[in-house]
Write a protein of this length. Structure first.
Lengths: 535, 453
C-alpha cells in the first residue's frame, strides 16, 4: 500500500493513505523515514515520524508497514547496544560512520549467525503455547525458545545441533513452524500465566538503599534529583553491581559523553557476581538528547519489551531508565505538535496513566512455561529546578514503590549517594527485611530502627545548636551528633570510584553494628561520669 | 525533488514573521526561501509547515514593507547549509554567514547541513584529556577535559567575559612534569577558537574581538549583535558548531567553542516560538527547549579513531541570579557540569569569582591523576573541597553565635575557608600552571592541617 505526503509540520506528517491502522508503522518519503500512525482523520492519517523530517517534500511516497512498532526478539540481544528503535548502534557505526545518518533501517539481530540448539522436547511431545521447546546458549545464559500458537499441539520435529536464526527450530504436526526469532509490538505487555507479589530484596551494594530503603524483586524505585545530584552515577553503579541476572539500561535523552564513558567501562568490567564480562548480562538502549524526540519516546518501550522477553525465560531482570523526565518531555513535544489540549505544565493529560501502565510492566510473574521471572525497575526523574511537586515526579510517586530522593544540598557537600534519609521511603521494607534477618543478621531490623532514630535526633539537635552553638549542648547530645556524623560519613556515604562502591549486606551490617556499638559503649562511659573529650 | 527554483506571488496572509503562500507545488520542510520585497530588498526564510498547497514560511529579519500583491517568494529547493573550508580561520561572519570583516567570501570546499547529525554513542571516545585553563579553581577543582561541554553560569554584572577571555588566552593541553603524558613533558598544544556571539552588545563584541586577535592558533567568529535579526541568534551557534565540527573532525584540530550569551539564545527561541503560536512551557519558553539546547550542546565530543575534538564553553547569564530558572536549569541537565559565579565573591574582590560548591565538572574523575595531571591531584582537590564546604557551613553558625561561641577546630575551618578564597581561588588574570595550582593547594592545606595537630 502506498500513498503520498499531503502535509508536514515538524515531525508530524499528514498522509493520504487509506486502510492504515492506529499505531501502525509506516515509511515516509524517498528516504523511508520510520513513523507511527497516531491519528486517523477522514481521508488523511497523521503520522509521527521518528526521525528528522528536514528536507521531506510534498507528494513524496508513503508506504504502510502492515504492523505496529515491534522489536525483534531472539538470541543475540545480550551485550547489544541499540537506539530507541532497536537499530544496532555498533553495526550502524561500522556501516555508516561515526555520525548517525537518517533513514537507515537495520535489523537488530544478526540472522545469519549459526547457533547450537539443544531440544527439551522431541517429536510427538505435546507442547502448550509459551512452553519451552529447547534453548541455545547465549554467553552464560540459556536462551530458551518457546512455542507460539494458541493451543496445545503435538510436535512433529525439533532441531538438534546447529541452527540458523532464520530457519525453523521445531514444527508442529499441523505444519506450523517455530522459529528462534520473533517480533513483538513494543506497546503491548507480554503475557504471563499469573502475576505474583514482590519477593525478596535486590542487593544493590549501596548501603543507604539496601539498609534504609530496600528494593524488592519485581518492585519499582523512583529516583528523582536535580542536576548534579548523581542520578546517573547511582543508576550506573546499580546497573553494574546489583544482583540481577540480566540488566537492561536505557539512556533516554541523556548525555552522549556519559554514555560513551559507561559503554567503555562496561566493556572493561567483570560482573562481580559471576566473574563473566559485564556486557554479557547487559542490553543498552541509547537515545541521547540530540537523537530524534519521537524515538526517545519509543525507547523505553523498546527496552522494556526486551526486558520482559528475558523475564519470560525465568530470569530476574533489572530495568534502569535515565531519565523518565526526558521521556515525558518527548511525550509533551509530540502531544503539542498534535495540538492536543495540554494539562499541567503543558504535559498531556494522559501522562500519569501512560506512566503508571508502563510501571505496571514491572513485577514478579509465573511465566507461560511455569518458571518464575521478575522485572524490577529503577527509574530516574529529572525534576526542573529540583522541584519535586512537578507532574512527572508526582505521577511516578503514585505508581512506584520506593522513592529515593536525591538532595542537592547533600550533593553540594559531596555526600554521595545523595539520598535524603528523611524524605525517601520504601514500601518494600516488609517484603525484604526477613531475608536480611535470616541471611545476614537477626539484629537487622533493630539496627535499622536505631539508625533512623539517631539521624532524626541529630536533625533536632542541629536546629538547637544553630541557636546555642555546639558548645552549649550537653555531652550526651554532642555524642549523638558525633555518632550521627559517623553514620553519615562512614556508613551512608559511599564513593563510587573506590573499592567501597559495592558493599555486600554483611559488610553493611558490620559497619553499622560497629558504629552503634561505639555509641552504646561511649554513652555507657558518659554515664559513669567521663567527659566526651576523653572518649 | 524539483531541482529548480520556483517563484510565487501568491501570499495569502502576513503575520509578524510568518507568511502563508498558496498554490505551492511540492515544497519541502526546512526549504530555504528567498523573499523579494516590493522595494527590491531581499530577505531569507524557511518553510515551517505545509498543508496541502498552502505553505507557512518563516521570514528571518524585518518584515516591514512586505505586501501580499507584489512580494515574490522563491522556493530554492535547498536546505540551510554552511559553506566550509579551512579558509574559515581568522574570519568574522554575521549570523547569516556573511563576512563582516571586510574581506570577500571564501570559496567553499564543501557544504554541510547546519543541524548536524548526532554522533553515534558507540563511536564516541571518552573525554579524558586534561585542558589547562590557567585558573586554579577550574584546573584544580573543576577540571575541564577535551570534548567536554562546561557552561559558565554568571549573574548580570559579574566578570564572565574576563573569565572566558582568560580561558581563551591560556587554554592548552599540557603534560605535567614527569607525568608520562603522550606529549613530551612541557609540550603543549593550543586550541582553535570558534566564537559565537549571540545578541551581544557592541562593548562585549569589541572586548572579545580584541582577545581573539591575540590568539595565535586562529579563530572563527560568528557575531549576532543585539540589534541584528532575532532569527539569526538561532543560526549563529549552529553555523559555529558546523564550522567547529568541520575543523575538528575534518581537519583534525582541537576546537574550543565559546557561545555567549545563551540566555539571549533562549529568549530568541521563546520569541520565535510565540510568533509561531506554539504552546508555551515554563516561563513562556517552549516545551522543546531542552531538545533544542541539546541539539547544540551534544555536538561537543571526541570520536574514536579520529583526531580533533570539540569542547564547548557556553556562557549563561542567570536571570535574577536564579539557578533554577529554566535556562540554567535545562543547560545544567545537558552539560557535563557547570562553573557557577558568585556575586558575594565578586564583592570581596576575588577574581575569578567562581563558587566552588555548586560548581562541578562531571568528567573530571577521568581527566586527572597520574598520567593526566599529577598523582596527588585527586586527593588535594577532595581535601580542599571538603574543608571549604565545612568552613562555608560554619559561616552560617558564626553569623548566629559569633566566633567566640565556636570550638577551636571550627574557627580553624572558618579561617581555612577565608584563606582558600583569598589565596587559592583569587589569582587575578595571571594564569597558573597545573603544577603551581596543585602546589598552592597543597601548601594551603598543609598550613591548616598541621595547625590542627
Amino acid at each position: 500500500m502506498t500513498g503520498k505526503v499531503v502535509g508536514i509540520s515538524g515531525s508530524t506528517v499528514y498522509v493520504d493513505l487509506k486502510g492504515l491502522k492506529l499505531l501502525e508503522r509506516v515509511y515516509v518519503g524517498h528516504r523511508m523515514l520510520a513513523g507511527e500512525v497516531v491519528r486517523l482523520d477522514g481521508e488523511r492519517a497523521i503520522v509521527q515520524v521518528y526521525e528528522d523530517t528536514r528536507g521531506l517534500g510534498m507528494n513524496e511516497p508513503v508506504k504502510a508497514g502492515g504492523a505496529p512498532l515491534t522489536v525483534r526478539l531472539g538470541p543475540g540481544l545480550l551485550s547489544g547496544m541499540f537506539d530507541g528503535l532497536q537499530r544496532p548502534l555498533e553495526k550502524l557505526r561500522d556501516e555508516t560512520g561515526p555520525f548517525i545518518r537518517i533513514g537507515k533501517d537495520m535489523r537488530a539481530l544478526d540472522c545469519s549467525a549459526v547457533r547450537r540448539f539443544v531440544p527439551l522436547k522431541r517429536k510427538g511431545d505435546e507442547v502448550a503455547p509459551g512452553e519451552n521447546i529447547g534453548f541455545v546458549e547465549e554467553g552464560a545464559f540459556r536462551h530458551f525458545i518457546a512455542a507460539g500458537g494458541r493451543s496445545q499441539k503435538r510436535l512433529s520435529w525439533t532441531a538438534d545441533g546447529e541452527i540458523s536464526l532464520e530457519g525453523p527450530v521445531g514444527v508442529f504436526e499441523d505444519g506450523e513452524i517455530i522459529t528462534a526469532c520473533s517480533e513483538w509490538p513494543v506497546r503491548v505487555q507480554r503475557p504471563c500465566r499469573r502475576r505474583l507479589p514482590v519477593s525478596g530484596p535486590i542487593v544493590t551494594g549501596q548501603r543507604s538503599i539496601d539498609f534504609l530503603f530496600p528494593l524488592a524483586r519485581g518492585g519499582t524505585a523512583v529516583l528523582p534529583g536535580g542536576f548534579g545530584t548523581g542520578k546517573t552515577i547511582l543508576e550506573q553503579s546499580i546497573a553494574k553491581l546489583a544482583d540481577a541476572d540480566i540488566v537492561v539500561y536505557v539512556g533516554c535523552g541523556e548525555r552522549g559523553n556519559e554514555m560513551a564513558e559507561m559503554i567503555e567501562e562496561f566493556l572493561d568490567l567483570k560482573d562481580h557476581w559471576t566473574g563473566r564480562p559485564l556486557m554479557e548480562r547487559t542490553i543498552l538502549v541509547v537515545n541521547t538528547s540530540n537523537m530524534p524526540v519521537a524515538a526517545r519516546e519509543a525507547s523505553i518501550y523498546t527496552a522494556v519489551t526486551m526486558a520482559e522477553y528475558y523475564r519470560d525465560m525465568g530470569y530476574h531482570v533489572l530495568f534502569l531508565a535515565d531519565s523518565l523526565s526526558r521521556w515525558a518531555e518527548a511525550l509533551r513535544e509530540i502531544s503539542s505538535s498534535l495540538e492536543e489540549m495540554p494539562g499541567e505544565e503543558g504535559y498531556p493529560t494522559y501522562l500519569a496513566s501512560r506512566l503508571s501502565s508502563f510501571i505496571q510492566r514491572a513485577g514478579v510473574v509465573e511465566t507461560l512455561s511455569g518458571a518464575t521471572g521478575s522485572l524490577s525497575m529503577v527509574l530516574s526523574v529529572s525534576p526542573p529546578g529540583a522541584d519535586f511537586t512537578e507532574p512527572v515526579t508526582q505521577a511516578c510517586l503514585r505508581a512506584g514503590g520506593a522513592f529515593l530522593m536525591l538532595d542537592t544540598s547533600l550533593a553540594h557537600k559531596r555526600h554521595f549517594p545523595a539520598i535524603n534519609w528523611f524524605q525517601s521511603y520504601s514500601l518494600y521494607s516488609k517484603d525484604t527485611i526477613e531475608v536480611y534477618i535470616e541471611k545476614v543478621s537477626a539484629r537487622w531490623g533493630t539496627l535499622m530502627q536505631r539508625c533512623r532514630e539517631l539521624l532524626q535526633k541529630e536533625q533536632t539537635l542541629l536546629e538547637v545548636s544553630e541557636i546555642v552553638g555546639i558548645e552549649g549542648l550537653q555531652d550526651a547530645d554532642r555524642l549523638v551528633m558525633r555518632v550521627a556524623g559517623m553514620i553519615r560519613t562512614e556508613f551512608l556515604a559511599q564513593n563510587a570510584y573506590t573499592e567501597d562502591a559495592f558493599s555486600p549486606p554483611e559488610k553493611t551490617c558490620a559497619v553499622i553494628t560497629r558504629i552503634l556499638d561505639y555509641y552504646d559503649d561511649a554513652s555507657g562511659r558518659l554515664k559513669q561520669g567521663k567527659g566526651l573529650e576523653e572518649i | 525533488m524539483r531541482l529548480s527554483e520556483h517563484r510565487y506571488r501568491t501570499i495569502s496572509s502576513l503575520e509578524g514573521p510568518l507568511l502563508f503562500v498558496r498554490e505551492v507545488f511540492a515544497a519541502r520542510i526546512g526549504e530555504v526561501i528567498r523573499i523579494v520585497a516590493p522595494d527590491g530588498r531581499e530577505l531569507a526564510g524557511e518553510v515551517l509547515r505545509i498543508e496541502g498547497e498552502t505553505v507557512l514560511v518563516e521570514v528571518y529579519g524585518e518584515t516591514r514593507g512586505l505586501d501580499a500583491e507584489s512580494t515574490s517568494v522563491i522556493f530554492t529547493d535547498a536546505l540551510r547549509s554552511a559553506p566550509l573550508s579551512s579558509e574559515l580561520l581568522g574570519r568574522t561572519f554575521n549570523g547569516s554567514f556573511r563576512p563582516i570583516d571586510g574581506a570577500p567570501m571564501f570559496v567553499p570546499e564543501k557544504r554541510s547541513p547546519i543541524g548536524g547529525c548526532p554522533i553515534n554513542p558507540s563511536a564516541r571516545a571518552r573525554p579524558q584529556e586534561f585542558i589547562e585553563t590557567g585558573f586554579s579553581v577550574i584546573d584544580g577543582l573543576n577540571t575541564l577535559v577535551k570534548g567536554q561541554k562546561l557552561p559558565v553560569f554568571s549573574c548580570a554584572g559579574l566578570p564572565s567575559k574576563e573569565l572566558v577571555a582568560g580561558i581563551l588566552r591560556n587554554a592548552r593541553t599540557v603534560s605535567a612534569s614527569g607525568s608520562g603524558h603522550p606529549l613530551l613533558p612541557g609540550a603543549e598544544a593550543a586550541f582553535v577558537v570558534v566564537f559565537c556571539a549571540v545578541g551581544v552588545t557592541f562593548q562585549e563584541y569589541h572586548f572579545y574581538m580584541k582577545v581573539l586577535e591575540e590568539i595565535r592558533t586562529g579563530f572563527v567568529a560568528f557575531v549576532n549583535m543585539a540589534d541584528d535579526p532575532v532569527m539569526e541568534r538561532l543560526l549563529a551557534p549552529r553555523f559555529g558548531l558546523t564550522a567547529a565540527e568541520f575543523l575538528a573532525f575534518g581537519c583534525g584540530m582541537d576546537v574550543l567553542v565559546v557561545m555567549t550569551d545563551m540566555t539571549n539564545y533562549c529568549d530568541a527561541l521563546r520569541e520565535i516560538s510565540t510568533a509561531r503560536e506554539e504552546l508555551p512551557g515554563r516561563r513562556g519558553y517552549p516545551g522543546y527547549m531542552y531538545s533544542d539546547l541539546a541539539s547544540l550542546y551534544e555536538r561537543a565530543g571526541r570520536i574514536r579513531g579520529m583526531k580533533g575534538s570539540v569542547t564547548l564553553l557556553p556562557v549563561v547569564t542567570m536571570p535574577e541570579d536564579d539557578i533554577t530558572h529554566p535556562i540554567p536549569d535545562l543547560t545544567g541537565y545537558i552539560t557535563e557540569g557547570q562553573l557557577v559565579m558568585s556575586r558575594e565573591l565578586h564583592q570581596m574582590n576575588i577574581f575569578p569569582p567562581v563558587d566552588v560548591l555548586p560548581s562541578l565538572s562531571r568528567l573530571m574523575q577521568k581527566g586527572i591523576g597520574e598520567g593526566r595531571t599529577r598523582r596527588d591531584h585527586r586527593e588535594i582537590s577532595n581535601s580542599l573541597y571538603r574543608l571549604y564546604a565545612k568552613g562555608r557551613d560554619l559561616r552560617k553558625i558564626e553569623a548566629i553565635v559569633g566566633r567566640d561561641g565556636m570550638t577551636k577546630g571550627d574557627v580553624l575551618m572558618l579561617d581555612f575557608a577565608d584563606a582558600f578564597e583569598r589565596e587559592f581561588v583569587n589569582q587575578g588574570t595571571r594564569g597558573r600552571t597545573i603544577d603551581e595550582t596543585l602546589d598552592l593547594g597543597a601548601a594551603v592545606l598543609k598550613r591548616f592541617q598541621s595547625g590542627k595537630a
